[in-house]
Design a protein around this ligand. Structure first.
Ligand SMILES: *Cc1c(COP(=O)(O)O)cnc(C)c1O
Length: 391
């Protein structure tokens, strides 16, 4: 491999590139996590998270990956033998379901073709049928990172309410938070699950659960044994800015900075930027004569775009050509989609020019790998960005 110059293009949909401001904020001595200086940091990040999750309620921060926060959600709110409604929107929904099943939870798993999100009308119909209220929760992945499809969480809440059903709404917004609008309180989400290394622009290592009053009450009534993930153990010391065990101190410095960046830009502006970059990416895909995996325009992901390879060409060989020639990492197809799609991440720190660099790398890569395509995707993306600015 030749000598690399400049920065690596990390265009996978998480981990996303960490801004220099965040890296510098983490470059700090580790402090006493039981001391007064820590309490101030703890209070600031716990408060800052509320703003990002758009909630007045508590957000619990674990030293964990997103998978840990998935488990925290299950063990606090559900018990073995409970029934839940889930949607097979892709790889991550399938993994969350597998985890629930391992906890002895009975999962009704509504199939999709991995090209659309969870259907609110199916939520309504299934809950309306469930007169005995045996379904304890509806569990949905907000932004399905394996497919580039975003489920309509506000509409799913409305569907639950129309059915007059008490099920909890548990949402994986691991790759949505900080990139796609997610209003924990306004949309009546009971638990929003997230982690650090996607829209929050941090290194991996933090998991989050935002908790509604109803979910907190469910956790208090739940008799499933739990310890490390127990919300009540966390919330007691959190009220003074502390944690029950050693927190990931330096990631919390980074979190404070990342939250400040999101709030300085303004959440509506952050979401609009992601939408603009996503629209430009889809314009490029169309310009190349290729196909976006997501088939439902109201569910296009602002976070990433999954692109189908033409003519049965291998996506992994193409991604390798891009990596070797242009030092750019694109996302791989996962499980069912392995080798069939590549994924372009356009989240977090990405701006118009980094996106244009990434799309240029894809277009040159298609040429270098001998993949059938039309030229002009990059030009189409530029036009899309220009018209987005004129709005
Ligand atoms: C990344 C991701 C996960 C898994 O998070 P980890 O930090 O790898 O444990 C789960 N769900 C979605 C939607 C994701 O994008």
């Amino acid at each position: 491999m030749s000598q690399r110059t400049g920065r690596h293009f990390l265009q996978i949909p998480g981990p996303s590139p960490v801004p220099e401001r965040v890296l510098r904020a983490m470059d700090m001595p580790v402090i006493d996590h039981r001391g007064p200086e820590f309490a101030k940091l703890g209070k600031e990040v716990l408060e800052g998270c509320r703003a990002v999750f758009q909630t007045q309620g508590p957000v619990v921060i674990y030293p964990s990956s997103g998978t840990g926060a998935w488990e925290a959600t299950i063990v606090n709110t559900l018990n073995s033998g409970d029934k839940v409604l889930m949607f097979e929107t892709g790889h991550f929904a399938s993994l969350w379901r597998q985890m629930a099943a391992r906890w002895g939870i009975e999962t009704e798993f509504v199939a999709t073709d991995w090209r659309r999100g969870a259907d609110p009308s199916i939520v309504e119909a299934k809950l309306a049928e469930d007169r005995s209220h045996s379904i304890k929760a509806v569990m949905v992945v907000h932004n399905e990172t394996s497919t580039g499809v975003t489920s309509r969480i506000a509409e799913i809440r409305q569907a639950i309410d129309r059915a007059g059903h008490p099920a909890l709404l548990l949402v994986d917004s691991i790759s949505g938070l900080g990139s796609a609008d997610l209003r924990h309180d306004e949309w009546g989400v009971d638990v929003t699950v997230s982690c650090s290394q996607k829209g929050l622009m941090l290194p991996p290592g933090l998991g989050f659960t935002a908790i509604s009053a109803k979910a907190l009450a469910a956790s208090k009534a739940n008799s499933l044994p739990r310890s490390y993930w127990d919300w009540s153990e966390m919330l007691k010391p959190n009220s003074n800015g502390f944690f029950p065990y050693t927190p990931a101190t330096n990631l919390l410095y980074g979190l404070r900075e990342a939250v400040a960046m999101l709030l300085e830009e303004g959440l509506p502006e952050v979401f609009a930027r992601h939408q603009r970059l996503a629209a430009a990416t889809r314009a490029a895909v169309q310009g190349w004569g290729l196909e976006v995996l997501c088939e439902e325009p109201s569910e296009y992901s602002p976070v990433l775009t999954a692109v189908l390879m033409p003519d049965g060409k291998g996506a992994d060989a193409f991604r390798q050509v891009v990596l070797d020639n242009f030092d750019m990492s694109l996302g791989a197809g996962l499980s069912k989609l392995a080798d069939k799609v590549f994924r372009i991440g356009h989240l977090g720190e990405t701006n118009e020019l980094t996106l244009m660099g990434a799309l240029s790398g894809v277009e040159m890569g298609l040429g270098a790998a001998g993949v059938r395509h039309q030229r002009g995707g990059v030009l189409a993306a530029m036009s899309s960005l220009r018209s987005g600015r004129d709005d």
